[in-house]
Design a protein around this ligand. Sequence first.
Ligand code: ZN
Length: 471
Amino acid sequence: MLGLFLFGCGQNSETENNSYEIKLAYDDEENKLLGEMTVNYYNNTGEELEFVCFHLYPNAFRENSSQSIVSLANYNRAYYNGKSYGDIIITDCNKEFSFIGEDENILKLDLSSTLAPNDIVILKIEFETILPEINHRMGVGENTINFGNAVPILCVYENGAFDLNGYNSNGDPFYSEISDYSVQISFPEKFKIACTGELISESIEDGNKLVSIKADNVRDFVFILSEKFEVLTQDVGNTTVSYYYYDDEKPEESLKTSVLSLQTFNELFGEYPYSTLKVVEASFVHGGMEFPNLVLISDSLFSYETYTTVIIHEIAHQWWYGLVGNDQYNYGWLDEGLAEFSTALFYEKNPEYNITREQMTLRNQSNYKVFETIYTDVLGSVNTNFNRALDEFANEQEYVYTSYVKAYLMHDSLYEYLGEKKYLKCLKYYFSNNKYKFATPESLIACFEKASGRNLESFFYSWFEDKVIIS
Ligand SMILES: [Zn+2]
């Protein structure tokens, strides 16, 4: 029997994308990014608005910020040159503005008059972002300069308010809508660039490269600079896969894994609709990081097998985060658990890698048990619920072993219960219903129930409410 659907499987409203026109200039002597941005903001909220909010993630990198950028365990690998700070300064704006939230991480623009539903307002912001010396999403790293979350980005409006969650070092604390980007960047000509979207033009003037980039229907915009990049490319259908590297001794194999990931996930979940996918070896403290059309793979992973697994996991995020969005602050497990399980599906479909889903499942079960046992022994008890906001996890380990490992085990258990064919039918349905939108735990349940014809509410809630015993 099918349950009653209190929540739909996907949002139905078709709305106009907000658009960003951005001009950026990078000064590598001062580690400074100068920016001018014009945002065409469409009031898709259905309500009258008096103000509009933007995230200012670089403020989390300031001295004395309340959130640490990395956990203590990763501190030394991140700050390779000792502690270093970043910042974002708003130098001009066409509206009255103020800062709110912890570490002034939200920019609030007061609209001079009420913005009616479906009306548009043009917002202009000028800013300076200071990059810290750090191997992180945003920072001057040892081999690459990473510009993740370096420019202001609109907050999502939902349930009558803007989402104002700030930074958190436990996970990827980001939540943003599909938008259109048109970006011009100038930077010293010694650098090569990898970026979200398509390079429209490139010229050189007075020792600087000037590039124009167009990226439509993406959740964010990122670019990476390096003097060391070499590039390999291969086309898959309408998509050019580019692999940027400098230290990799097996670049052809890494490109092959990237190409196979795109082909495998196109087939399993639904077509990747963009013309470019960039896989970028980079200075990065964690294993990897997903951005729209571009993934970072850390240059300091301890084995090539791990490097390969990170490529697959991050490319899976193009579907789970990129195309099917979610509130990563409140439901980090929704995309992480699925990106992990997608990696197992990849290995299942590509036997030449000699890793099976069963092996991954056994490894995850045993890792999870070790985590649970050690933390229970040390602390007396441990919170193993993954369905929590990032600031509710005691530490990074608790977040990783629940939101990645345990959420993987939930998908694996569902796969075993429904069988491969039905599980994949559900996943395709979940993808097509939530593409370019946001999924929630409720829409995940609704899609799986609808496509499988099974009542799965008690299955999912036993995991969400942490009632499942992993043996
Ligand atoms: Zn991930």
